[in-house]
Design a protein around this ligand. Structure first.
Ligand SMILES: O=C(O)C1=C[C@@H](OP(=O)(O)O)[C@@H](O)[C@H](O)C1
Ligand SMILES: C=C(OP(=O)(O)O)C(=O)O
Length: 421
């Protein structure tokens, strides 16, 4: 599917944020381990969540329900797997990493694999940690990359791991840890990237009765049990960021409902960056409103904890009156595509100057080039950020636009309903 976008000015948009992808993934894997039946209310219904759901089913956990409520009978920390299994996580890094953690709780080997791109996304630090904690770990192809083969059970204990590749490795260990006989003392040898996602992990674990203690760079989890509960998923700040970016560049007013203005989701910081560029932002009891007159200043902003909004911010920066520097970008290279390269490719094609450093990107607005055709190379966030460029300036076509289904299947429909397509 191809989507072509025309320039819009003075938008007046009210949309609902879809449920959080990260919180739905976490809720699903935690309820799978709980010692009873739990309900997840308002889960995200999207491609990546389907990967976690079918992965859990492959591991012997039944997930029942639809878009409104999912019901799961947990396995009380011991997966009922009675033969070797293969989990295909497709393009979903979160599914692959979290289910690798769960595979430590099975008595049979589990092979975790994914798309061609997934086989280029690292998993070595997580594999090393699982092996050090007592599991058997192997790789079917290139060492340190999926397919990874994990055989439990893992006893747990103390381990060190770098934090600078993906926070998902840390979350995967933390989530499985209460089900290990010796619990976990995990010390990070480098500061964690995407650190806000660790707060989401510990928050969901706490909602199911398990505490994580943190002493400087060490995370401690005692052996214990997740207690079943009803868990309601809040709205997704990463998905919402595209609507706010559209408001920033087109000018006008954008209201996104179903967002918690006090959320632990780090992508909430995206709005601080837009405020620094000249937008006005306010929250009320049901959502968040952004107003912009379309006149934007460049800024300098650290985004290591909010990687999934960097492409939208880079797109907004192309409309500013001066350059914008975004720091904390090194780990964007390990995502659904190399997003540092994607930003450079798309924005240079658009007409902006892009300077790429080891851990930072500077965008300098420049004169618009002709019609821009964006191939997102299956990366949903590249596709959505291209919509920001298109609505802000016109003459942008997004190819294979259906890739947004990974996290936000209703994205293009939402734009259409708002009269923007
Ligand atoms: O834990 C999570 O839910 C996620 C963590 C982040 O990944 P990294 O920790 O690999 O940066 C983020 O980019 C991803 O979309 C979701
Ligand atoms: C990086 C992302 O997801 P994942 O790592 O789960 O593939 C994302 O949604 O932007």
């Amino acid at each position: 599917m191809e989507v072509s976008l025309a320039r819009r000015r003075g938008v007046d948009l009210t949309v609902a944020a879809p449920p959080s992808k990260s919180l739905t993934h976490r809720a699903l894997v935690v309820v799978a381990l709980a010692d009873g039946k739990s309900e997840i209310v308002r889960p995200l219904d999207a491609g990546d969540i389907a990967r976690t759901r079918t992965g859990l089913e492959t591991l012997g956990i039944r997930v029942v329900g639809d878009a409104d409520v999912l019901t799961v009978q947990g396995c009380a920390g011991r997966l009922p797997l009675d033969a070797p299994a293969v989990v295909d996580a497709g393009d979903s890094g979160t599914s692959l990493r979290f289910l690798t953690g769960l595979a430590t709780l099975a008595d049979f080997p589990v092979t975790l694999t994914g798309s061609a791109r997934m086989q280029e996304r690292p998993i070595g630090p997580l594999g090393d940690a699982v092996a050090a904690l007592g599991g058997e770990v192997g790789y079917a192809g290139r060492p340190g990359f999926p397919p990874i083969i994990v055989r439990g059970p893992v006893r747990g204990g103390s381990v060190s791991m770098p934090g600078d590749v993906s926070s998902q490795f840390i979350s995967a260990l933390l989530i499985a840890a209460p089900c290990w006989a010796d619990g976990l003392a995990l010390t990070l040898t480098t500061p964690p990237v995407s650190a806000s996602y660790l707060d989401l992990t510990t928050g969901v674990m706490a909602a199911f009765g398990v505490e994580v203690r943190q002493e400087e760079r060490t995370f401690l989890v005692e052996p214990g049990r997740y207690h079943p509960t009803h868990y309601e998923v809040e709205g997704d700040w990463s998905s919402a960021s595209t609507f706010f970016a559209i408001g920033a560049v087109c000018g006008g007013r954008v209201r996104v409902d179903h967002l918690d203005p006090t959320s632990a989701q780090g992508d909430r910081r995206f709005l601080d960056a837009l405020a620094a560029m000249g937008c006005r932002v306010r929250a009320d009891s049901t959502g968040v409103v952004l107003e912009s007159d379309g006149v934007l200043d460049g800024t300098e902003v650290e985004m290591a904890a909010s990687p999934d909004t960097v492409q939208n911010l880079a797109a907004v920066a192309a409309f500013a009156r001066g350059p914008t520097t975004i720091t904390g970008t090194a780990h964007l290279r390990y995502k659904e595509s190399d997003r540092v390269a994607a930003i450079a490719r798309v924005l240079r094609g658009f007409g902006a100057g892009v300077e790429v450093g080891e851990d930072q990107i500077t965008i300098s607005p420049g004169p618009r080039r002709g019609h821009l055709v964006v191939d997102p190379v299956r990366d949903h966030r590249t596709a959505m950020s291209a919509a920001v460029l298109g609505l802000g300036s016109g003459e942008v076509t997004v190819q294979e636009a259906e890739c947004v289904a990974k996290s936000f299947p209703g994205f293009w429909e939402a734009l259409q309903e708002a009269g923007l397509l």
